[in-house]
Design a protein around this ligand. Structure first.
Ligand code: CUA
Length: 267
C-alpha cells in the first residue's frame, strides 16, 4: 500500500500533538506539585485545636537557618496569627487548618493558594526573598463575614527580624523599707543565641544586666529594688530589651499610714 507523502506528514503531526497533549496534562498535574488536600496525610480533630501542640498557639517557628514553619488557623472570619511575620530570604512552610468551616488561604500575588478544610492540615512551602507585605484572603465562601476575612504576611528585612519576647513579673504595691524583686524573662524563639542587655529603670535608678539567651530558650533576670531608696508614692518603671519595652507602676505605701489612724491632727 502506498501512503501519500502529505498524509504521512499529517499522521506524524497528529501523533506528535497527542503525545504533546499527554505531556502537558501530566506536567500540569504532577510536575507542578499542585495537589488536592486529601486525608492520606495526618488528620486533626477540628474541635480540639485548642489542645493541639501545633495549633493551640498559632505562630511562626524557626526550624533551620533560613527555614521557618508557620502554624496558621483560619477561622470565621480571621487568620491567626495576624500578621504572620517572617524574615526576608527565608523559606516558609505553612500548615493551615480550620476549626469550623471550609476556608481558603491565598497569598495575594504568589502561587500560595489552598483550601483549608476542617480536620485536614494544608501544607505548602514558599520562599520570600524580599521584604514587603502580602495580603491573605479567604477565597472559599464561609459565611456572612467571608468578604472581610483577610490576613497579612509581613516579610521583615533579615537584620530587623527577631523572635524575642519580653515579660516582666513585678508587684504592684509594696511596703516601704523592703527589697522587692523584678523578674524579667526574655524568650528567644530563634535558633541562634541572642546576646542582649536587659535594663530596668525605676525612680532615678537604672539596673542593667547582659544576658545570652540560647536558641529556642529563655532566661530570667532578677533585679532587686530597695523600696527605701524609692520612698513612698507611685514609681513608674520601664524594662527594655532591644526594641521591646514593658512598663508599669510600683506603689510604695505604708499600710499603717494609709487609713490615717489617729494621731495626725491638723497642724
Ligand atoms: Cu473564610 Cu471565606
Amino acid at each position: 500500500m502506498n501512503i501519500h507523502t502529505y498524509e504521512k506528514i499529517w499522521l506524524v503531526a497528529a501523533l506528535l500533538l497527542i503525545v504533546g497533549f499527554i505531556a502537558t496534562i501530566t506536567y500540569g498535574s504532577v510536575g507542578l506539585g499542585i495537589a488536592m488536600i486529601d486525608d492520606s496525610e495526618e488528620t486533626i480533630e477540628p474541635s480540639e485545636l485548642s489542645e493541639d501542640e501545633r495549633f493551640s498557639e498559632p505562630r511562626v517557628e524557626q526550624v533551620g537557618e533560613n527555614e521557618y514553619e508557620a502554624y496558621v488557623v483560619a477561622r470565621t472570619f480571621i487568620f491567626q496569627p495576624d500578621p504572620i511575620e517572617i524574615p526576608a530570604g527565608s523559606e516558609v512552610t505553612f500548615y493551615v487548618t480550620s476549626p469550623d468551616v471550609i476556608h481558603g488561604f491565598s497569598v495575594v500575588g504568589t502561587n500560595v493558594n489552598t483550601m483549608v478544610i476542617p480536620g485536614e492540615v494544608s501544607t505548602m512551602t514558599a520562599e520570600f526573598d524580599e521584604a514587603g507585605e502580602y495580603g491573605i484572603v479567604c477565597n472559599e465562601y464561609c459565611g456572612s463575614g467571608h468578604h472581610n476575612m483577610e490576613g497579612q504576611i509581613v516579610v521583615v528585612p533579615e537584620d530587623e527580624f527577631d523572635m524575642t519576647e519580653l515579660s516582666v513579673e513585678a508587684p504592684d504595691e509594696v511596703e516601704p523599707g523592703n527589697e522587692t524583686e523584678f523578674e524579667v524573662t526574655v524568650e528567644n524563639g530563634q535558633l541562634e543565641d541572642l546576646e542582649t542587655t536587659v535594663a530596668l529603670e525605676i525612680g532615678n535608678e537604672t539596673f542593667e544586666e547582659d544576658v545570652t539567651v540560647g536558641g529556642d530558650d529563655s532566661e530570667t533576670v532578677t533585679f532587686t529594688v530597695d523600696t527605701a531608696d524609692l520612698g513612698e508614692g507611685d514609681h513608674d518603671w520601664t524594662v527594655t530589651v532591644d526594641d521591646y519595652e514593658e512598663t508599669g507602676t510600683l506603689t510604695v505605701v505604708d499600710p499603717d499610714a494609709e487609713n490615717g489612724d489617729g494621731g495626725d491632727g491638723d497642724e
